[in-house]
Design a protein around this ligand. Structure first.
Ligand code: ZN
Length: 422
């Protein structure tokens, strides 16, 4: 199934998800699922497949998106849409993010139904969205807003974590329980234009940007101990009461884990785009710097502004938000977390489960926002490939997944379905 899914080119933009969604609908429809394709834009449907029991019980939603980011074939060792099997891996764009999970979820459900299994209570929902990679306005965001009755769920399992993290002699499987908010902003400096041959006749807005850029390079907002990094520091075996010291200890033991931990310990600021001047002989009167900023769940603009002033100071620039979406979270202690813990203990005795916050963004956000009582986690277990290796391949060249991990994940989804809907 994953090979076939990778072979549908669903690079977003433009997405063109319809052929992949039609194919999934055929598989699930033939097995007895009630299938609907719901689209905000022609050619970009979302698939909702439902298998009910007729009796009361939880709705378990296995979620995934079928679009991918682009791939530059010249940087790859294989054709990114070949889905080639080589060296125990399946190669291709989307093989990790996240056609793998779509395939594992669908394969788990189809295998159960083929064996004659049906839910005894509640219902099973498979929801495969379009348009996750560019903001979900045609996908999950639209689906949860326009068709809440079709996608309402008590439990949601989506992407976000699950690959093993080796840390010293510990093995941790992350469960993504929250996502950071996105508060992108533009910093503008103003000066006065003038002829570049007499520099001091003017006031160069680009030079006024220099101290701000330098501040972003050398300072960071204060570390903040929200529940998710606190749980992660504990899971790593350190004391979270002093986050500064905990980060130093973790970084000394494993610099890469330190980098990941730092990204979730508060507001992060990353300058990404700069603009100034149009002619080489004219000193620019305006300069702009766009900053990607990620914020711990549930915190808003006021909080971001405090963190930004901490780094950039109060004066000498204007600030305007471009994007502002607060992150959200699900509770950590739930029966779903217990079920994941039992699976990990069974498959990898001695390993532990660690709740984590995703520094990025995923479709889980839209479910938590539309259905405040639902528990939405990101979990796709992988043990052959670890979290650091997976991070390095997602959105990059030579994206690939160990075939063994695909099987591990399918086993997890099948177990979860049977355990939840009885
Ligand atoms: Zn994804």
């Amino acid at each position: 199934m994953l090979q076939r899914l990778v072979q549908f080119n669903t690079v977003n933009p433009p997405g063109n998800e319809e052929p992949a969604q039609q194919w999934l609908r055929e598989q699930l429809g033939a097995a007895g699922f009630d299938c609907e394709l719901l689209e905000a834009t022609p050619g970009r449907p979302n698939l909702v497949a439902r298998l009910g029991s007729g009796s009361d019980g939880p709705t378990l939603c296995l979620l995934g998106h079928v679009d991918t980011v682009l791939a530059d074939a010249t940087e790859w060792s294989v054709d990114p849409w070949s889905a080639e099997l080589r060296d125990g891996y399946l190669w291709g764009r989307g093989s990790l993010d996240m056609k793998s999970q779509v395939a594992a979820e669908a394969a788990a459900a189809l295998a159960l139904v083929e064996e004659g299994w049906r839910p005894e209570a509640g219902e099973l929902l498979l929801v495969f969205t379009a348009d996750e990679e560019t903001g979900a306005s045609q996908g999950a965001q639209w689906l949860c807003r326009e068709h809440p009755d079709r996608v309402r769920a008590d439990l949601v399992v989506n992407e976000g974590a699950g690959a093993v993290l080796h840390y010293g002699d510990r093995r941790l499987y992350g469960v993504c329980v929250a996502e950071k908010g996105v508060f992108r902003f533009r910093v503008t400096t103003h000066g006065r234009a003038g002829h570049a041959s007499v520099p001091r006749i003017a006031d160069n807005a680009l030079e006024r940007m220099a101290p701000l850029l330098e501040a972003l390079r050398t300072k960071r907002p204060p570390l903040e101990l929200t529940p998710e990094p606190e749980a992660m520091i504990r899971a790593l075996g350190h004391d979270p009461s002093d986050p500064e010291r905990a980060l130093e200890e973790v970084s000394a033991k494993d610099p890469l884990v330190g980098i990941l931990l730092e990204a979730i310990l508060g507001v992060s600021l990353a300058p990404t785009i700069m603009r100034a001047g149009e002619k080489i002989n004219v000193i620019p009167s305006v300069a702009e710097l766009d900053v990607d900023c990620r914020v711990p769940p549930e915190l808003g603009e006021e909080h971001v502004l405090r963190a930004v002033r901490d780094v950039l100071g109060e004066d000498g620039y204007e600030l305007e938000f471009i994007d502002a979406v607060a992150g959200n979270r699900s509770p950590v202690d739930t029966p779903l977390m217990d079920a994941i813990g039992r699976f990990v203990e069974r498959e990898d005795p001695g390993a532990e489960v660690a709740p984590v916050v995703l520094p990025g963004f995923s479709d889980s956000h839209w479910w938590r926002r539309a259905f405040p009582d639902c528990v939405a986690y990101g979990f796709f277990p992988m043990s052959a490939m670890n979290a650091i290796e997976a991070y390095a391949l997602i959105h990059g060249p030579d994206e690939r997944i160990p075939i063994a991990d695909l099987a591990l994940a399918a086993t997890f989804y099948a177990d979860l379905i049977v355990e939840t809907l009885r």
